[in-house]
Design a protein around this ligand. Structure first.
Ligand SMILES: O=C(O)CCC(=O)C(=O)O
Length: 172
């Protein structure tokens, strides 16, 4: 984990927390969950520097592209015990591919929640001239809200093949 000035990062046991509401919880899921998620992904190789593929389940708010079904696959329902969501996005990155700097649309809810699979990645945030970077390990759960969600742009580039799952709640 690497943090630079601005957000004042500190450790609480296994979690990383900043006053601006980002937490990274390691080992939130396991290899079996990863295996089940990968079965949902079609095999595709796109020649692009951006994400290899994006598939979505559930609500078409805030993003209506690439929706596979209005129903969220059962494998994800267990997470209802930890957080509320009405859409699930699965991103696949091949080595060197990235998602460009962005702030998630407001109507995706007050919090962005991400599970990382297959490999760790660096998740970067920037606002004005400040930048902060975190390592999000394989199997971890990352949650961010408030200022860092609403005012800081985020970006990630995969070094190895990586799949991320993003949970959003358009109803809050
Ligand atoms: O893959 C990630 O960790 C970030 C995904 C993301 O920012 C998004 O889907 O909007």
């Amino acid at each position: 984990m690497v943090a630079s000035k601005g957000l004042g990062c500190y450790f609480i046991k296994t979690q990383v927390v900043t006053p601006n509401k980002i937490t990274i919880e390691p080992d939130f899921v396991d290899e079996f969950f990863e295996y089940k998620v990968l079965k949902l992904l079609p095999t595709k190789v796109k020649k692009t520097t951006l994400r290899n593929q994006v598939i979505r389940f559930g609500s078409s708010v805030p993003y209506k592209d690439n929706i596979q079904s209005n129903f969220i696959p059962e494998i994800f329902t267990q997470f209802g015990n930890f957080f509320t969501f009405d859409s699930v996005t699965i991103n696949e990155y091949m080595p060197g591919q990235c998602i460009d700097w962005h702030i998630d649309k407001k109507d995706g809810g007050h919090e962005v929640i991400i599970i990382s699979l297959l490999s760790a990645a660096q998740l970067d945030f920037r606002k004005d001239k400040e930048k902060i970077s975190f390592t999000v390990p394989r199997y971890s759960l990352t949650r961010f809200s408030e200022e860092i969600r609403d005012e800081w742009e985020h970006y990630t580039k995969a070094e190895s093949r990586r799949v991320s799952i993003v949970f959003r709640n358009s109803k809050c």
